[in-house]
Write a protein that binds this ligand. Sequence first.
Ligand code: PGA
Ligand code: ZN
Length: 436
Amino acid sequence: MILEVQAGQRLDSRGNPTVQVDVKTSHGVFRAMVPSGASTGSHEAVELRDKDKPAYGGKGVLGAVDNVRSIIGPALIEKGFNPQNQQKEIDAFMCELDGTPNKSRLGANAILGVSMACSRAGAAAADIPLYEFLRREANENGAYIMPVPFFNVLDGGRHSGNTMAFREFMIAPTGAQSFEEALRMGSETYSALQSLIARKFGPPATGIGDEGGFAPPITTPEEALDLLTEAVDESGYTGKIKFAIDSASSEFFKDGVYDLGFKTEEANPKSPAQMMELYNGILDKYPIALLEDPFAEDDWDSWTKFNENCQHELVGDDLLVANVDRVRMAHEKKACNSMLLKVNQIGTVSEAIEAARFAKSLDWSVFVSHRSGETTDDFIADLAVGLATGHIKSGAPCRGERVAKYNRLLEIETDQKDSWKPWSYAGEKFRFPEIS
Ligand code: PGA
Ligand code: ZN
């Protein structure tokens, strides 16, 4: 039973306020901290910010904190919910208490903090790890799957100060045999990339963006992918590491045109057809595992057209915002074949699980993701294992809030794998992991 719910305003990795929640039960105190995106899709659940107050430039979350303390907490305690077996009821109750379709009254940040803390309380009550609790919530009963980490090692878009329009260039050690090896490969390649950038552009160019990726003065995707190729070759992992791109293209789409020069003085407009040509060119030339948000969130026609002839994983982030209705629409339109899963886009753990299950039922893959504004909360590591999603992205193998998730995954694999029968590292099968 929930005995007490406390909340406080804390800072996220960008120095912006975020919500921390403590749920107290007879098993202890269970904490969660909520992440926040830079470019929130316009269809996401609403995070409540103190817009009318001057503190933190209107980004404070004291209103959301107060909603946890004075509305959500007392209501949950009064209902006598048991987190061990009532996660769905707790989440549904909070949605009802909010009463809006996008959680804008109490705030998705308030609701999610409580939801995540309740999962931890539930796992402790059942005396099982968090991933096991989430696995049971999701009715997952196949093999235990350690996900392939997709490390964002080059930042562009709104996450950095360079002129690169596309936002993330990731490396994915699909050729590793375990998560532990994947982490080593990622870290070594990251170091090689750092030296390479220092050599090519000078040491000041090794500054990093919001997610820990480097942000050297490059502009085109080919420049980025050539740098990655060189870093992988230098590390000795040729053929064992694939690349991935999150274009986050809603950021530079306007009036039917993609402006690749949106961060410079000079416009560089591309039609959807030219964008498709660009993507096809790089898919042919480089070992690319997936493209995320190659087209804008409401440019459905381009998504559908591109997906028709594409053998690659096409991940919808801003397009879907992990919302079941948008996933359904995307499926009807045959717009993509994979869903990015960011828990705070939806606002409760149960809804996140439901969205993942729904995507899987359509034979889509699911890609678990952090936000650009993160905390040291490592919840999503357990989520990726619990839902057996086969891949996760949590930024570079650098910056405390990014490595918190990777370290948790390492801990899970190291401590638990002997008790899992069967288990595997997803590797090349990151889209649809299964035991061979
Ligand atoms: P965001 O970025 O958290 O700023 O939305 C992360 C992503 O889109 O992958
Ligand atoms: Zn994205």
